[in-house]
Design a protein around this ligand. Structure first.
Ligand code: BES
Ligand code: MN
Ligand code: ZN
Length: 500
């Protein structure tokens, strides 16, 4: 889809030629006499366009407006979250008329955050998966223009938002593909293609390399599958070579049967989404290549299937991880932590500034937080705060969970250094406690996205989360880095008296 940003006053928007004109109306409306402003003012006065974001009013062939269909939509308080719900509601309604050209115009003050939110919501609302359909219905909207009173100061934010959309859509694409169209080999190939972007490099390791590295936990999960494992190393260099990178680690189980500890049949198809962590790393790199921020990022993706086979791991098996720690596998369905623990050990070689792993790790996290917030676990308060803030600003929210040592009690076993599962209670936390043993001394965070990475039911499909959160975190970090790297200026004594 072609996104455009243009300077367009409300008065000018009335003569825009398009199939649907969407007018975001909010409290910050400046009263004026043009056709659209008059409509908005009258609708508000009559109470037909309340303060609740997403309230719609559909008009047809309205006098003085070129577009045949006009949707007035309340943007509530005008905050990014309200802008998001209003754009989702409007494009949801616009869909029924199969529009090709849509213009969204803001009849309220819209800032960078609001615009970002509008662009990402518009992409979400109009996304369609087509890859494995024989007669794909193409995305009906070809061109989506955003009209704002002055485009110039919003150009940069708009560019970032469009790049974020490309990242989110790449993540959705790979996550939505069924397991036979998204094998570890294919996923690694998708990563390799990202190396065409400026500043991005990719290296793909296979079973022999992984064996040499001593990644016994990762290998153990892969050994029950006919598909060979892959270990992807992506690098984005936007900062000085010596700058410590942020390392992102994404769980890439392309299908999780549970292994010998087999999952129930109902909804097992959804376990094709068990590589959403990996897909989010691909999405982030796609966007980094476009945005080119000044920082260094490494992406690690351990990817394999978790299958049932004569060679598959069995409950009770003890394996040796790359860290040297032995692990008793009490449940072969707790495979995510096994592939991640070796990737976390591998991460140390980059001398990372921070390590963030992203995984559809536990059903328990779905029970705890549902599909609204991802679970955030971190040993580092500054990193946790930065990720929480990034979640809020991108509306891709997370919620901090505990890591008390008491939770690790259940991972004790008589037969190895650690067991791969504890009891049912606090399952999301005990999984995080397992990972923590492998995270080393670097600031580390774990995002459990089991509830947020995809939707079930009739809207079944990947959400592209947490690409928005991760990019927001990385871009904020790059912004700070740039400020720190700037030459130190000697401050002139200020004329105005400053508060102490
Ligand atoms: N991929 C699943 C986690 C999952 C389950 C994500 C449901 C989304 C929805 C993971 O590999 C898994 O099977 N975890 C087990 C762990 C248990 C055996 C301790 C779980 O959550 O049931
Ligand atoms: Mn599993
Ligand atoms: Zn899994």
């Amino acid at each position: 889809m072609d996104f455009q940003l243009k300077t367009l006053s409300i008065a000018q928007a009335a003569s825009e030629k398009c199939d649907v004109l969407i007018v975001l109306a909010g409290a910050g409306n400046t009263p004026s006499k043009d056709a659209i402003s008059t409509l908005v003012a009258e609708a508000r006065k009559a109470g037909d366009l309340g303060d609740k974001a997403g309230k719609l009013l559909a008009l047809y062939r309205s006098a003085g407006i070129a577009a045949p269909r006009v949707l007035l939509v309340s943007a509530g308080d005008g905050k990014p979250a309200s802008v998001r719900s209003s754009v989702l509601a409007a494009l949801g309604a616009a869909r029924s008329s199969d529009p090709k050209r849509v213009v969204i115009v803001a009849a309220l003050g819209i800032d960078a955050a609001g615009l970002r939110s509008a662009v990402i919501a518009a992409a979400d609302a109009s996304y369609v998966y087509t890859t494995t359909k024989s007669k794909p219905e193409p995305r009906s909207i070809r061109q989506l223009s955003f009209g704002v009173p002055d485009a110039a100061p919003l150009r940069e934010a708009f560019g970032e938002a469009v790049a974020t959309v490309a990242g989110i859509e790449l993540a959705k694409e790979w996550a939505n593909r069924p397991g036979n169209h998204c094998t570890p080999t294919m996923l690694a190939e998708a990563a390799r293609e990202l190396a065409e972007l400026p500043g991005v490099k990719c290296e793909v390791l296979g079973p022999k390399d992984v064996e040499k590295l001593g990644m016994g936990a990762f290998r153990a999960v892969a050994q029950g599958s006919a598909e060979p494992l892959r270990f992807v190393v992506l690098r984005y260099q936007g900062g000085p070579k010596e700058q410590a990178p942020v390392v992102l680690v994404g769980k890439g189980i392309t299908f999780d049967t549970g292994g010998v500890s087999l999952k129930p049949a109902a909804e097992m198809d959804e376990m094709k989404f068990d590589m959403c962590g990996a897909a989010s790393v691909l999405g982030v790199f796609r966007a980094l290549g476009d945005i080119r921020p000044a920082l260094n990022v490494v992406g690690l993706i351990p990817t394999c299937e978790n299958m049932n086979d004569g060679r598959a791991i069995k409950p009770g098996d003890v394996i040796t991880s790359m860290s040297g720690q032995t692990i008793e596998i009490l449940n072969t369905d707790a495979e995510g932590r096994l592939i991640l623990c070796d990737a976390l050990s591998y991460a140390k070689r980059f001398g990372p500034a921070a390590v963030v792993d992203i995984a559809t790790l536990t059903g328990a996290c779905v029970v705890a937080l549902g599909g609204v917030r991802s679970g955030l676990f971190s040993t580092d308060d500054a990193l946790a705060d930065a990720l929480l803030a990034a979640g809020e600003s991108s509306q891709d929210r997370c919620w901090r969970m505990p890591l008390d040592e008491d939770y690790a009690e259940g991972l004790k076993t008589n037969f190895a250094d650690v067991a791969n599962v504890a009891g049912r209670a606090g399952g999301a936390v005990t999984a995080a406690k397992f990972l923590q043993r492998f995270a080393g001394d670097f600031p580390w965070a774990h995002l459990d996205i089991a509830g947020t990475a995809w939707k079930s039911g009739s809207a079944k499909g990947a959400t592209g989360r947490p690409v928005g959160l991760l990019l927001s975190y990385l871009l904020a970090r790059a912004g700070q880095g740039a400020a720190e790297a700037a030459p130190h200026k000697v401050r002139k004594p200020s004329k105005t008296k400053q508060a102490a």
